[in-house]
Design a protein around this ligand. Structure first.
Ligand code: NI
Length: 396
């Protein structure tokens, strides 16, 4: 049976996938400059004898593995390749050799897993019908998102996949387990840049000033009513401000205050309305208090929707591969992910690969200097991805 064959190959290639991950981890590159990573990926694909490789979005690739009857159905598998501007704090043999850059979101594991899956799939291509499209993309971490460039560059055409599957490491789920969610899964994320301009001066003479610190304070509080009063309780929304900059002193009121924040939600209509509501409240408060407002909303990734049917089939296939007890149901997560762009064009399924190992102290969250993964999870990372693609091709 093909499932058993794939499991066997995943086990046989586990050490190779780990070595690939370690190579990538030691040589991380930032978003949109993944030149060495991309060259490495292409070389590995060519070694496998894969010839239909196309460059996309400068540092991305799409590649085809054709089974029997390749026109029957196409399923895409996606990995992201970029790292983060973080100084690695782990003392491991595969520690980042590129100071200040670190694979702290597991994209090294995603790329290594997809290369492993490619090797497995290429080896069993006479045992399935249809085509598998491999997508290696740059720039997941930085807006507007590498996925948007890949799509503009035609990665979802010629041939167009019926569905796309992506996986992401999850340090809150133990290695050996995976997680799925049907329907709404991750949030849209917009960046908020606000400048409140007033008139600074001596703190002892408030009657001569327009105090932007006081205006900004009111503004931050008032904007929360977008979430508490204007949002439907049925639509998750988050508004957070992480930076407030007023460069005065105990007795100096500055001329302006800068505020930065993020707005996240899971509904495009409400997202647009919320933007209008925030602008309206901000103008009312700031101008009503005599100040001037500059409010820029930079739109980030859209929300991520997992196609219910594709995800139900993938979940079922994962249960068959790993056992029911190792397949978890995920909750909504208000982080953003540029896989969302693909899921707006074709049916998508974005699932989580557990990488936590408490006994070995592997518990740090993504985007932290101590993030690491339990590499034993890579056997599933490669094998399950290969199996999910094949299982989906087998269904209709
Ligand atoms: Ni990530």
């Amino acid at each position: 049976m093909l499932k058993e064959k794939i499991k066997e190959l995943a086990k046989a290639y586990k050490e190779e996938v780990i070595a690939t991950r370690r190579h990538l981890h030691a040589n991380p590159e930032l978003s949109y400059v993944e030149f060495k990573t991309a060259a490495f990926v292409k070389e590995r694909l060519e070694e496998l004898g894969i010839t239909q490789i196309e460059q996309k979005a400068t540092t991305g690739w799409s590649a085809l593995i054709e089974g029997k009857n390749p026109g029957k159905k196409v399923i895409a598998l996606r990995a992201d390749m970029d790292a983060l501007p973080i100084i690695e704090a782990n003392d491991v043999p595969y520690k980042s050799q590129n100071p200040g850059v670190m694979h702290a979101c597991g994209h090294d594991a995603h790329t290594a897993s997809l290369l492993g899956a490619a090797k497995i799939l290429n080896e069993v291509k006479d045992q399935f019908e249809g085509t598998i499209k491999l997508i290696f993309q740059p720039g997941e971490e930085v807006a507007p998102g590498g996925a948007s460039f890949m799509i503009k560059d035609g990665v979802l055409e010629n041939p167009r996949p019926a569905g796309i599957i992506g996986q992401h490491v999850m340090p809150f789920i133990p290695a050996g387990k995976v997680g799925f969610r049907q329907g709404l899964y991750m949030a849209s994320a917009d960046e908020l840049y606000i400048t409140v301009k007033g008139k600074g001066g001596h703190g002892a003479m408030p009657e001569t000033l327009i105090d932007p610190v006081l205006i900004a304070s009111h503004l931050i509080v008032a904007l929360q009513q977008v979430v508490s009063r204007a949002a439907s309780p049925k639509i998750p929304s988050v508004l957070s401000f992480g930076r407030v900059e007023a460069l005065g002193a105990t007795n100096v009121i500055p001329n302006e205050v800068k505020i930065q924040g993020t707005f996240r939600t899971l509904n495009e209509e409400w997202r647009a309305k919320a933007h209008q509501k925030m602008l309206q409240i901000a103008h009312g408060i700031v101008e009503g208090m005599g100040g001037e407002l500059d409010f820029e909303i930079r739109k980030g990734y859209p929300f991520l929707q997992n196609d219910p049917e594709l995800t139900a089939r993938a979940t079922e296939a994962a249960r068959a591969y790993l056992g029911d007890e190792n397949v978890l149901d995920l909750d909504i997560w208000m982080a953003a992910e540029d896989f969302a762009y693909y899921s707006q064009v074709v049916d998508g399924c974005f699932y989580r690969l557990g990488t936590r190992n408490e006994a070995r102290g592997i518990v740090s969250g993504v985007h932290t200097p101590t993030f690491d993964i339990d590499e034993d999870a890579l056997e599933i990372g490669a094998g399950l991805m290969a199996w999910l693609a094949v299982a989906e091709l087998e269904k209709a």
